[in-house]
Design a protein around this ligand. Structure first.
Ligand SMILES: Cc1cc2nc3c(=O)[nH]c(=O)nc-3n(C[C@H](O)[C@H](O)[C@H](O)COP(=O)(O)O)c2cc1C
Length: 407
């Protein structure tokens, strides 16, 4: 029987799934309820010092639906939020961390902390108090897009400045013995370079990634950005399914640096989890999927991932970790010679015409329609770009097949 157990930053976790520092980890009571349902760990909502006032606006969460379901909250494709760090301060969290460690010694508990970029004493105090409280690691929040505690320039403003970020890592690394993890923003030009700088400064691992800075939308009647706070708005943090490709890219860039990585961003299903592992993640953090479906998703995440291990003949996630990395190669090393052409399964084709329209106006004019709209691919014209297979609404109706000698 394979195991979902992983060793992360020296701690043996029963499964890799951790509540991200976010609304699902807003209080100790909530984290304990998640642990009861089987979550392997939690990162506290980012902890501010007592002296820092946290004034959240209302509303602060908005969403984008799947196309065609824009107004349907159950079909959320992405959230955009302008929420700040925890409204509860260090005193609450430190007592809570101690309680969590006592009641749940087999769960990974990490303190997410944030202070002003220049405030060495505040970073050191937060890290040392977290360590004394029993936190197994600290996660430095260098990545909230809207600044975690206005009017300070914090969050992503730190993660986008290697000099400031490295200086803070050094302060914290020297102040505590527990591992120091850096939660990154993908809104930087070169994550690999930043990662190397932070490793040199003493970072023990990374979380890839926090939410991505976006402007979620504009209300056409009021001209207000969304979420609209009485007519005004601010850049928000993009999360949920839409974030996954950005998070996978970040994970694939940071994992080869050799430090443990906690994959985060858009993880919704066990398949997503497996993708992060194949790109080198050891633990996995989740926020938006819990915001949508609740803590109970942990059962499907674990069952699905276990089934995948069995199917792959793997004993543990360590057997699969990073397996996809070697397949990410420079474009110049991709295979240019083997040509593919589109094929259509006329038995399942609905004659909707989508493939022909896309090929005509954005492809190679290789799909002709008969009078009854039955499509046919001209293999000599088809360039194998794959567009038609992606716009076809019928699963597996259109496929790319190797071109034959006659095509
Ligand atoms: C409403 C909201 C508040 C968040 N607050 C924090 C926070 O306080 N600290 C932090 O590091 N990340 C925060 N995050 C980011 C999440 O921890 C996570 O990195 C991000 O949502 C991507 O994961 P997901 O796609 O699973 O949601 C927040 C996310 C949301 C949606």
């Amino acid at each position: 029987m394979p195991t979902l157990g992983v060793e992360f930053l020296g701690f043996k976790m029963k499964n890799p799934f951790i509540l991200a520092s976010a609304p699902p980890a807003n209080t100790i009571e909530m984290i304990e309820r998640a642990f009861e349902q089987g979550w392997g760990g939690a990162v506290t909502k980012t902890i501010p010092l007592e002296k820092v006032p946290v004034h959240d606006v209302s509303p602060r969460i908005h969403s984008i639906g799947f196309p065609g379901f824009e107004a349907d909250a159950r079909k959320v494709y992405a959230f955009g939020n302008i929420e700040l760090v925890s409204q509860k301060h260090a005193d609450y969290w430190m007592a809570g961390i101690t309680q969590l460690r006592k009641n749940w010694p087999d769960r990974f508990v990490m303190a997410s902390i944030m202070a002003d970029g220049g405030a060495q004493g505040d970073w050191v105090e937060l890290a040392q108090r977290s360590e004394q409280a029993g936190a197994l690691a600290v996660e430095l929040n260098f990545s909230c897009p809207h600044g975690g505690m206005p009017p300070h320039a914090v969050g992503a403003a730190i993660g986008q400045d290697p000099v400031i970020a490295a200086r803070i890592v050094r302060w914290v690394r020297e102040a505590v013995k527990i591992p120091v993890l850096v939660k990154l923003t993908a809104a930087v030009s070169d994550l690999r370079q930043l990662g190397r700088v932070l490793i040199d400064a003493g970072a023990d691992g990374f979380c890839t990634i926090n939410s991505f800075p976006v402007l979620l939308g504009v209300d056409l009647q009021t001209h207000s950005p969304m979420p609209s706070v009485h007519g005004k708005g601010n850049l928000g943090g993009y999360t949920g399914r839409a974030l996954k490709p950005i998070a996978l890219r970040a994970t694939s860039e940071i994992a080869p640096l050799g430090k443990p990585v906690s994959g985060c961003g858009g993880l919704t299903t066990w398949e997503d989890a497996a993708e992060f592992v194949l790109l080198g993640a050891t633990s996995l953090q989740v926020c938006s999927a819990v915001m949508l479906e609740g803590y109970g998703i942990i059962t499907d995440l674990c069952d699905g991932l276990m089934g995948y291990l069995e199917e792959q003949g793997a004993d543990s996630l360590a057997d699969l970790r990073g397996k996809a990395l070697a397949n990410i190669v420079p474009h110049a090393r991709l295979e240019y010679e083997r040509r593919m052409v589109s094929t259509i399964d006329l038995a399942t084709c609905t004659r909707c015409g989508k493939c022909a329209i896309s090929c005509r106006d954005a492809g190679y004019q290789a799909i002709n329609e008969a009078a009854d709209r039955t499509p046919a691919v001209d293999p000599r014209k088809c360039d194998g770009c794959g567009l038609c297979t992606q716009v076809c609404p019928v699963w597996d109706c259109m496929k790319l097949e190797p071109a034959t000698a006659t095509t």
